[in-house]
Design a protein around this ligand. Structure first.
Ligand SMILES: *Cc1c(COP(=O)(O)O)cnc(C)c1O
Length: 323
């Protein structure tokens, strides 16, 4: 790494490297992009937001012409999940949640708080949900309007079969919500091919920006009918309309985080887009597993279900081990 200014390089050297799925260590250029103050209603900033929204659709493999929209919601990733759940599921809707980890449970917590009727398929944290079971439940219960799945369950690192489930959801004509928080940008995924109506991610995971906002990729027709939001600040349709009509956020946007994110998206492109980044993550994952196995650690999730995003290892039996 090249350091120009002695004081800055001292600060950067003191930072620990973050190996968490996010917030994570960002590049120097991403941090430097934040050394600017921009007005939230300036043409310059509006252009950045426009560029980011367009870029996000391309990361999702879709475009506005295909009928998709990218919406930015201030707050952490959970705010994006709550915006979707409380905006697009009607009061009399019913949500099927596939749960095999803490992020699936969090979706249920959010739905219950909004008094949405829920039903769950719960399996253990190292087991993938069965798409055929999803089909049976949907076929048997016509009251279920929406289904939510976590793509990469960050609690274990398991990769859930979001495509297979998507095919079932389309066949059964329900609305499909995917929490792709920790996979979007790091695992190739085409939102249209996976049959996803609402995908949620955030700025500080595989895109490698800084925390500050979440990202929703939405099927426009599904978005347009979701006019019964139970929150003012997390109203997904109103947020989209603001971004479309004036190019602006309704309320103060995280301006610096957005400048950083534009740089992060450019660096994703420079790395060869999502496939390029996925290759680097897969190499890192392989190196990690190799080294941990040499020290006699064993992975928790079976290799064929394991994502290259996060890897869980079993606590060793050795009495000398202390976490
Ligand atoms: C990180 C993450 C979230 C959101 O967490 P926040 O702390 O709100 O950013 C949601 N789902 C998954 C799968 C995640 O990895």
């Amino acid at each position: 790494m090249k350091h120009n200014h002695p004081n800055e390089s001292m600060i950067l050297q003191k930072d620990k490297l973050l190996f968490t799925p996010g917030p994570l260590t960002t590049s120097r250029a991403v941090k430097e992009a934040m050394l600017h103050d921009v007005g939230s209603r300036d043409a310059e900033f509006i252009n950045v937001v426009h560029e980011i929204r367009k870029h996000l659709l391309s990361v999702a493999g879709v475009s506005q012409t295909d009928g998709y929209e990218a919406i930015l919601i201030p707050g952490s990733g959970t705010f994006g999940i709550e915006a979707v759940v409380s905006s697009v599921i009607p009061r009399d809707g019913k949500l099927l949640i596939v749960i095999n980890g803490s992020y699936g449970k969090r979706i249920r917590d959010i739905a219950e708080r909004h008094e949405i009727e829920t039903v769950a398929i719960e399996v253990s944290e190292n087991t993938p949900p069965d798409a055929q079971q999803v089909r049976r439940i949907l076929a048997d219960d016509s009251e279920i309007t929406h289904i939510a799945v976590v793509h990469c369950e960050t609690s274990s690192g398991i990769l859930n079969p979001s495509h297979e489930i998507g095919a079932v959801v389309k066949e059964q004509q329900r609305t499909y919500i995917v929490d792709a928080m920790s996979s979007f940008g790091g695992i190739p995924l085409n939102v249209a091919e996976a049959g996803i109506d609402f995908l949620v991610s955030s700025a500080n995971k595989c895109i490698e920006g800084v925390p500050g906002f979440s990202v929703v990729i939405a099927d426009r027709l599904q978005l347009l009918v979701s006019d019964d939001a139970r929150s003012v600040s997390l109203d997904l349709l109103a947020q989209w309309k603001g971004l479309e009509e004036t190019g602006q956020f309704r309320f103060t946007p995280p301006t610096h985080a957005i400048l950083a994110f534009r740089q992060a998206l450019r660096e994703l492109d420079d790395e060869g887009g999502v496939p390029g980044r996925a290759n680097r993550y897969a190499d890192n994952h392989a190196a990690l597993v190799h080294g941990m196995r040499r020290m006699n650690f064993r992975e928790y999730v079976p290799a064929e279900l394991q994502s290259h995003i996060i890897t869980s290892f079993l606590f060793p039996e050795d009495p000398n081990f202390e976490f």
